[in-house]
Design a protein around this ligand. Structure first.
Ligand code: PHE
Length: 343
């Protein structure tokens, strides 16, 4: 009996020693529990008379010691929390809360993420490379002749005092970056920002984004390219999408084509953006020119490949019915806030 009373007091003593708190409510609870009018030591004081006389004094000393320990601890905790206490006094709990503005992804990022996801499903890895490029990777390796108009200062931003370095005009530069480092099989997409010296208008900008695609292996054919691009169009625009390939020209692909998706002619807006045809061009593509493979150290007798390059802005504008490309670069929150619920 008396042993268990000793135990109880000792266990309270332990608890006091182990107490650490970080707020005023807990401090008050500590005070009530150990020093309040109904504190847990009180009933133990009353037990003194039940202790066998030989140990009564010992018990009395112990319980009084514990009581003063509780008081000392309370003082110490109070001091410790004094700083916190001050802070708490300055908080006005009736003040209205700060509004929380959820972030939003930029429509270009949303569109790009979707493109990456679609190509990842068929085994394309993502490759990133530099925006400041040298002439060789951007033009020469891409079979673009010295006198090609794209090389003109009128079209390309060259770095000051340099005909060697420029802001890349297309993500095709990543093709040569990858092919000079890796042997086939190569299956990549390369998203990124590109720059052209163009007058800014509702439809064109001096900076925009592209996603390049490149697939080089043994026996890659035009048929593979067409099927890959059709798969892409279905994933992006729905299973019933209609596409068409029109012959075109790029120095780095042969044969070359441009791909259109059928947008429809349901209203005046459709007539305007499709110039009355119902079709919208979304990308350029073609079989990698053997000269390009050879410049990059890939045996064109052994390997063939296809490449494509698509604009992201154009597709984001289609998807979200954005009428002016400049909205995409102005970072006006009234515009960007409209995408808070998009993934
Ligand atoms: N680089 C071309 C452009 O910017 C697009 C393209 C990429 C065409 C790859 C064919 C193959 O217009």
């Amino acid at each position: 009996m008396s042993n268990s009373l000793f135990d109880q007091v000792q266990s309270i003593q332990q608890d006091i020693a182990n107490t650490s708190l970080d707020n005023l409510e807990a401090l008050e609870a500590f005070r009530i529990k150990l020093l309040g009018s109904k504190n847990i030591l009180k009933p133990l004081f009353a037990e003194i008379r039940n202790i066998e006389p030989a140990r009564r004094k010992e018990f009395g000393l112990l319980i009084n010691e514990v009581k003063s320990q509780a008081e000392e601890k309370y003082q110490a905790l109070q001091k410790e929390l004094a700083g916190v206490q001050q802070d708490q006094h300055t908080i006005d709990v009736t003040a209205p809360g700060e509004p929380v503005y959820p972030g939003a992804r930029h429509p270009i990022a949303i569109t790009l993420n979707r493109i990456i996801e679609i190509f990842a499903k068929i085994g394309f890895n993502v490759a990133y490379d530099r925006e400041i490029e040298d002439d060789w990777h951007n033009f020469t390796s891409m079979n673009t002749p010295e006198d090609h108009p794209a090389r003109d200062m009128q079209d390309t931003f060259y770095l000051k005092d340099s005909s060697q370095y420029l802001l890349r005009t297309h993500t095709s530069s990543v093709q040569s970056r990858v092919m000079t480092k890796t042997q086939p099989p190569i299956r990549i997409i390369a998203p990124g920002r590109v720059f052209r010296n163009e007058t800014i208008s509702a439809r064109s900008h001096c900076q925009f984004h592209q996603v390049e695609g490149l697939y080089v292996d043994k026996g890659v054919s035009f048929k593979d390219m067409k099927q890959t691009l059709y798969y892409y169009a279905q994933e992006q625009y729905g299973k019933d999408v209609k596409i068409r390939l029109r012959p075109s020209f790029f120095p780095f692909t042969e044969p070359s084509a441009e791909m259109d998706v059928y947008w429809g002619l349901n209203n005046e807006h459709d007539y305007r953006i499709t110039k009355g045809t119902g079709w919208l061009e979304i990308l350029g593509c073609g079989m990698v020119d053997p000269n390009v493979l050879e410049s990059c150290g890939i045996d064109s007798e052994k390997y063939t490949g296809f490449a494509f390059g698509m604009g992201i802005e154009r597709q984001a504008m289609l998807k979200y019915k954005i009428s002016d490309i400049r909205y995409l670069f102005e970072n006006d929150v009234r515009f960007l806030n409209q995408f808070t619920s998009a993934l």
